[in-house]
Design a binder for this molecule. Structure first.
Ligand code: DMJ
Length: 545
């Protein structure tokens, strides 16, 4: 049957269109295999980009692994998520849980009861902050994380060890850091008590709290940094500006000491921290700024240095968090926080020339040091938390912007390294931005502060980029920090293949793994309006009253 000329033309065109549509629609069909994870419609375009980027990273990682193997360094396998294909973030959360279990099992096998693990030489490790005793710091710092992650067997072993072995009166030796003992041991015990209502933890926390009390016997009530719990003698570090106490240390006791008093009914602890607060309220602050050193006998500031990084950091954090944990009832402390961060912002916040990165510098006398420490990266989370609790929307928006800018700067310090994790400190000069310069700034000791900030910003803004940044850290940890028996710090984040410091810090469990886990978890786990995290990421409940 013959077709007319115009009918033939229409038929040919139709066949051509049909063939073209069919051909190109093949590319629009959902793909299979590992891509299944990304086929939920609302996340497809963005996650496909992430997937493509990840493939490039994985190829790069394979190349690096090959080089490492050639150099005789055997990289352990990256654990696969237990859950495949169900929910992408669930799989990422489970991956963090598996990493925690691996690090914990290694500590158990090679260093049980020691303060920390050396994951390469597979033996115990301790640092001077713990004095000379073996008090199982990793167990106490990790136990709430084990509980939160539902690692039940591991939790049971930790509980059992604490019940039968944690006794500072018997095992602590030498000079302990009052601050570190407070945030890790008392903080860890109080948070697991808050989560489980198991009285045993509270009894242990109170016993340790009592052993720290001699450090507070000073004319000003400002405690010494170190205490020997056997002799009861206390002192400061020789290097701290002529025997001064340190701002971040005596300024980061209130959450734990108040909570200890609330739970035990023994006001001795809250009285000690109230005295510190009173003293700090009265004393004059140069330009509204708090110097890092204060002499506990004379009550005078030491050398006038300022930082929101090491030696200063958690002082500011505790002003804000004390306001929050009192159900915003202590408005006096909020006023002090506002005044303190106003001065810090005014005098220590800078913007870099080329990349317009916002950063906090340090001040030494009249000299401004354009260096931001990894520790200072916590401040983005603090400002985000502040913004979420401000009534005034202009103030809230201001601090959210500051938080996001700082989070971005810290992320830049991560992506500008060779391993995708940032250094201990990074500088801003005419030549470099967000990069370490000297050898003693280039290391990474499993610090959590950048991830901590991304966690708060994820909860508060719901921007996916914060989860992606956290996942990049997970992958970098697997590639570069994971060793045969745990995770190790890295000596130089700019140099490949990496060299390790052979220390698995206890705050890997308390902080880094916890924040990584929570960023991929539902917000109903430890909601920020009900729980306040101490500076070691141990959660305490908000006192609603
Ligand atoms: C933790 O022990 C605490 O967060 C402390 O406040 C300072 N930072 C370390 C980990 O980097």
């Amino acid at each position: 049957m013959g077709l007319k000329m115009n009918e033939r033309f229409i038929a040919v065109i139709s066949v051509f269109i049909l063939a073209t549509v069919s051909f190109f629609s093949l590319f629009l069909l959902p793909s299979t295999g590992s891509d299944e994870l990304f086929n939920r419609e609302h996340i497809v375009p963005r996650v496909r980009d992430v997937y493509a980027r990840r493939q490039v990273l994985e190829q790069q990682a394979a190349e690096l692994r090959r080089k490492a193997e050639e150099a005789g360094i055997v990289a352990p396998p990256i654990p696969r998520p237990e859950v495949a294909g169900s929910d992408y973030n669930e799989a990422r959360r489970v991956t963090v849980k598996q990493m925690t279990k691996f690090a914990w099992d290694s500590y158990r096998r090679h260093a049980w009861g020691s303060n920390e693990l050396r994951p390469i030489s597979k033996r115990g490790h301790s640092s001077s902050i713990f004095g000379m005793g073996e008090m199982g710091a990793t167990i106490v710092d990790a136990i709430d994380t084990l509980w939160i992650m539902g690692l039940k067997e591991e939790y049971a072993k930790a509980r059992n060890w604490i019940q039968h072995n944690l006794d500072f009166a018997l095992t602590a030796k030498g000079d302990l850091s009052v601050f570190e003992t407070n945030i890790r041991f008392i903080g860890g015990l109080l948070s697991i008590y808050a989560l489980t209502s198991d009285k045993m933890y509270l009894v242990k926390a109170e016993a340790i709290g009592k052993l720290l009390l001699p450090a507070f016997d000073t004319p000003t009530g400002i405690p010494y940094a170190l205490v020997n719990v056997i002799t009861g003698s206390a002192k400061n570090y020789g290097w701290a500006s002529g025997g001064c106490s340190i701002l971040s240390e005596f300024g980061s006791l209130q959450l734990e000491f108040d909570y200890l008093s609330v739970l035990t009914g023994n006001n001795i602890f809250s009285n000690k921290v109230q005295r510190i607060r009173n003293f700090l309220s009265e004393i004059e602050k140069p330009n509204g700024l708090y110097p890092l050193y204060l002499h506990p006998k004379t009550g005078k500031w030491g050398s006038v240095s300022h930082s929101i990084g090491g030696l200063g950091d958690s002082f500011y954090e505790y002003l804000l968090k004390h306001w929050l944990i009192t159900g915003k009832k202590d408005t006096h402390v909020k006023d002090e926080y506002d005044a303190a961060v106003f001065a810090v912002e005014r005098r220590m916040l800078f913007e870099s020339k080329q990349s317009k990165l916002w950063y906090f510098a340090n001040i030494h006398g009249t000299r401004i040091e354009h260096k931001m420490e990894h520790l200072a990266c916590f401040s983005g989370g603090m400002f985000a938390l502040q913004s979420a609790n401000e009534v005034n929307s202009t103030v809230a928006a201001h601090y959210l912007e500051l938080a996001e800018k700082l989070a971005h700067t810290c992320h830049e310090s991560y992506v500008r390294s060779a391993i995708g994790i940032g250094p201990e400190a990074f500088r801003f000069t005419s030549d470099v931005e967000a990069k370490a310069v000297s050898v003693n700034e280039k290391y990474y000791i499993l610090r959590p502060e950048a991830v901590e900030t991304w966690f708060y910003l994820w909860r508060i803004t719901k921007q996916e980029k914060y989860r992606e940044w956290a996942w990049d850290v997970v992958m970098a940890l697997e590639k570069y920090a994971r060793v045969e028996a745990g995770y190790s710090g890295i000596l130089d984040v700019y140099s490949l293949p990496v060299n390790h410091d052979d220390v698995q810090q206890s705050f890997l469990f308390a902080e880094l793994f916890k924040y990584l886990y929570l960023i991929f978890a539902d917000d109903s786990i430890l909601p920020l309006d009900r729980w306040v995290f101490n500076t070691e990421a141990h959660p305490f409940p908000v006192r609603m009253q």
